[in-house]
Design a protein around this ligand. Structure first.
Ligand code: RBF
Length: 172
């Protein structure tokens, strides 16, 4: 029997969250390597819909490149109350170490923003050595990492819901 493709949403684990249709999620998508990042965005969006989120509560914005992902996420958080922000980009290694600087800045920026805002800002950035590796991870043989980014967001939303419920029940 053929192995199911990792892009098949029916293979996703069961994560049941409360009132998913009321929860707002932001998506920040880099325009660099747009053919890759749009596939990541599609995977992330389909996944959120699969878990019961309402498309009207998904706010997607575009930023020029991955370096701008943390700033885009921060702008979204200032604009509205989101339960998670999914940041999607693709930084391909070139002849110079630009990718190292961008990747370092984005991962540090998103970590800092998550910790200071208290809202999970998901790192959905591909860091491939070449375009083939990027394609393998955007709907190819390694699945679609946009799906995995959305699963991480849903898992963190569930965790925060459970902790809020617990702290209410013990009177905090
Ligand atoms: N942004 C990406 O999202 N992916 C890339 O592969 C990428 N490569 C870049 C290569 C160079 C040499 C430079 C200068 C920028 C690159 N950027 C890339 C854009 C970067 O994330 C950012 O948008 C710009 O540097 C403007 O701040």
């Amino acid at each position: 029997m053929a192995k199911p493709k990792k892009t098949d949403l029916s293979e996703l684990k069961d994560i049941s969250i409360k009132n998913p249709e009321k929860i707002k999620v932001g998506l920040v998508v880099a325009e660099w390597n747009e053919e890759i990042t749009s596939t990541l965005q599609q995977g992330a969006t389909d996944t959120l819909l699969h878990y019961g989120f309402d498309k009207d509560n998904l706010k997607a914005i575009r930023v020029p490149g991955s370096y701008e992902l943390p700033m885009g996420a921060r702008s979204l958080l200032k604009h509205d109350k989101f339960s998670a922000i999914i940041c999607l980009g693709c930084v391909i290694k070139g002849e110079t170490p630009h990718n190292d600087y961008i990747n370092q800045a984005v991962s540090t920026g998103l970590t800092q923003l998550s910790l200071t805002s208290g809202t999970p800002c998901i790192f959905g950035v591909l860091t491939p050595l070449n375009m083939d590796q990027a394609l393998d991870r955007a709907g190819g043989k390694h699945g679609n990492k946009g799906i995995e980014a959305a699963v991480a967001a849903v898992s963190m939303i569930k965790l925060n819901q459970e902790l809020e419920k617990k702290s209410r029940s013990i009177g905090f």
